[in-house]
Design a protein around this ligand. Structure first.
Ligand code: FAD
Length: 480
């Protein structure tokens, strides 16, 4: 189908005001947040209702037009921009941003997929509830994107991934059929749990148009601390100790290497070093409790840390004494992605290993990097409590500009690290998803039967391969 006919059909289906086709208007949506992946589209469609999404998908399916769903465009693995054909539809969900129902008596909330995560968190707080999904991109990413990527973030240790926070979803399938699974039940064993097929499917099986979310009591006491430790082993041990000391209250346990800490201080606005000297490793700890006061929780944390101070396991510690200080500590953590972008060319790896293998991984990865890429600086930040590290090989912009075959370097370096992770029973993609960046690794690191089964699901739900083709599965089959 030629572009003009496609654009005319889209305008017919959703209205002129909801279709954009001029290059300058499309441009911001065609490049990703980190400016590393770009694509082309015939037009961008902004549906306002589930019925419009359904009409668009049915039309595209009938006419073999590819559809690329887009949320807040914060994907860090090339998942949120279209391919280079220029003949596709980019389906941007931002106009579907209504809160459909907020029900504190059921601890649930039903929202459209285009709601920005920070707005959902704020709406929950207004009724004295917590929606605990939190990540650095929360001011831009949408709940539909979070569901599509099964996003993680900094509260997974206590509340789980996005998957654990979803009670029901509404999905439009590739052929336009609507499945309304917006249930708000905690228990429902009536057949296969289809919602979990769509959570984490990155828009390859259908478009999430709405979701029912779990809410939790709003914590009234919060204690946040940064601990300075000498080694990664000491960090992991301290984490285990805190997990045992604060069951149900330890919500966040983040690890930051000295290199990452310094980069964040150098480039992120309004940050200051809470330590006199940046430690080798920093552990960011957060406790939250529904009752009590922040002061008493901080006192309990101080008491628990006393032992570790006396035996030298923890060398330095800063405990936030008010909300502003808490914000300052988190700022250093939350702004690493943009700070890294300013520092140089960071090749990021989103690996996870069993938590107790983190020190081993860091040690072996460091040796491999020093041997094969001595100019790269290891920069490490991650959700230590989940065994999830963002392991970044940081090159200077000047050095990277001089590398001739960038793709080859990236591939070889990544596979060095993924091999180490795989040998430890780990994964090459812990929370960011596959996007277009990690498609090749699916066949290299996953079980062949598992990938074959995924292809069968894809074939069943999207036989014409119009939904986000080229993402997640390598060369998804096309019927007819
Ligand atoms: C500063 C920063 C910090 C980050 N921190 C974290 C973190 O801690 N943990 C983490 O997991 N991720 C993190 N990310 C990655 C990213 O924010 C998440 O993957 C997020 O869930 C993506 O949401 P989005 O709305 O931006 O989706 P997009 O980036 O627009 O899209 C992501 C994928 O979802 C699909 N998609 C989007 N909306 C829908 C929909 N309604 N239906 C079907 N498919 C859809 C897209 O096609 C694409 O494949 C971070 C990113 C940045 C920039």
């Amino acid at each position: 189908m030629n572009a003009n006919s496609l654009i005319a059909a889209m305008k017919e289906l959703v209205g002129n005001a909801n279709v954009v086709d001029t290059p300058s208007d499309m441009e911001p949506h065609l490049i990703d947040w980190r400016k590393r992946h770009s694509g082309k589209a015939a037009c961008i469609v902004f549906p306002g209702t589930t019925a419009q999404v359904s009409a668009v998908l049915a039309f595209c399916n009938d006419n073999a037009v590819k559809v690329f769903p887009q949320g807040g465009n914060t994907s860090v693995c090339g998942g949120s921009v279209p391919d280079s054909s220029g003949a596709s539809v980019l389906l941007n969900m931002r106009k579907m941003n209504r809160i459909i129902e907020l029900n504190p008596r059921n601890n649930s909330m039903t929202v459209e997929a285009g709601c920005v995560l920070a707005d959902i968190q704020a709406a929950a707080l207004e009724v004295d509830r917590l929606f605990p999904l939190t990540l650095g991109a929360e001011g831009s990413c949408q709940i539909g994107g979070n569901i599509a990527t099964n996003a993680g973030g900094t509260n997974v240790l206590r509340f789980g991934n996005t998957r654990d926070l979803i009670l029901g979803v509404e999905v439009v399938l590739a052929d336009g059929r609507i499945w309304n699974g917006l249930r708000s039940l905690r228990k429902n064993n009536s057949g296969y749990d289809l919602k979990n097929l769509f959570i984490g499917s990155e828009g390859t099986l259908g478009v999430v148009t709405a979701a029912t979310l779990k809410l939790f009591p709003r914590p009234h006491a919060i204690a946040t601390a940064m601990l300075g430790v000498e080694t990664v082993s000491a960090a992991v041990d301290e984490g285990l100790k805190l997990q045992a000391a604060f069951p149900g209250e330890l919500v966040g346990l983040e690890l930051i290497s000295q290199s990452e800490f310094d980069i964040s201080l150098r480039h992120a606005a309004n940050t200051r070093n809470p330590f006199q000297h940046t430690p080798n490793w920093t552990v960011l700890v957060e406790l939250a409790a529904a009752t009590g006061t922040s002061e008493s929780l901080a006192d309990r944390l101080t008491e628990a840390l006393n032992d570790s101070f006396s035996n030298g396991a923890v060398q330095d510690a800063v405990i936030a004494s008010n909300e502003q200080q808490r914000g300052e500590l988190w700022r250093i953590r939350h702004h690493v992605t943009e700070a890294n972008g300013r520092e140089g060319m960071g090749l990021t790896h989103d690996i996870a290993v069993p938590t107790y293998r983190i020190p081993d991984f860091v040690e072996r990865a460091g040796r491999a990097l020093a041997e094969h890429y001595p100019t790269a600086v290891p920069v490490i930040v991650g959700h230590m409590g989940d065994g999830n590290l963002h392991y970044i090989a940081m090159f200077t912009h000047e050095y990277w500009a001089s590398v001739e075959d960038k793709a080859a370097v990236q591939l070889k370096l990544s596979h060095l690290l993924y091999d180490i992770s795989a040998e430890m029973g780990g994964t090459f993609s812990a929370e960011h998803g596959i996007g277009s960046l990690h498609v090749a690794e699916m066949e290299m690191y996953k079980d062949a039967a598992e990938v074959a089964l995924m292809r069968e699901f894809k074939q069943l739900l999207d036989p014409r391969n119009t939904m986000n083709p080229g993402r997640v599965l390598p060369n998804a089959a096309v019927a007819d």
